[in-house]
Design a protein around this ligand. Sequence first.
Ligand code: URA
Length: 196
Amino acid sequence: MENMDGPRVTECERCPALVESRSRIVNGTGPEDAALLIVGEAPGEREDAEGEPFVGRSGAQLDEKLRDHGIDREAVRITNCVRCRPPENRDPSKKELENCRGYLEREIELIDPDLIMTVGKVPTEHLLERDVAVTKEAGDVVEHRIGDAPRKILVSVHPAAMLYDRSQEETFDATVEEAAALIGAGGGDQSRLDSF
Ligand code: URA
C-alpha cells in the first residue's frame, strides 16, 4: 500500500492538524504473526516522544494486566486507530479516523491475528462501525468484517479508565483474563477461539 512498508506507515500528511502536533508517526509494535492485536485510540505525549504505542501511564496499566494473566507484551501486537498525536490529546476526529483507517486495515490483514482487542470507546466504535457502550459490552467477542475478512473483536474498556475509576479495574481485568483464555496464553488450554 502507498506510504506503507509492511504494517508500518512511512510517511503521511493527510491530517493537517496532526502533522502539526506530532513529532513522528507512531506505528504498531510487536510480532507480525501475533495471535493478539490490541488496538487503542491514538498516541499520547509519551508515545509521540518515544515512537511506540502504550508506553505512558495507560501502557503501564496495560502491561500489568497482561502480565497478571500470563500474556507476554512482547508477543502481542499493539497499535492505534490514528498514528499521530492529536493536539492536547483530544479525541481524533471522524475525518482523522477515516484518513488512517486504510493503514489499520492493512496492518490487520498482514498480522492476521486470531483475536483483536479494542481498548476504549473510540477504537471499538471505529472497528465495529456502530455506537458501543463499552462498559456494558466489555468482555463480549463480536464477529465483524474488516476489509475482506471476518474478524473476532473482544470489546474492552481503556486501561486509562482504571486510573480514574477503580470499578473499571475489575472490568478491564476480567477482559484481559478472557483474552488470555481465548488465545490460550499462560500455558493453559488450547485457544478457545475455534468454538466461536
Ligand atoms: N492510549 C491509547 O489509546 N493509545 C496509546 O498508544 C496510548 C494511550
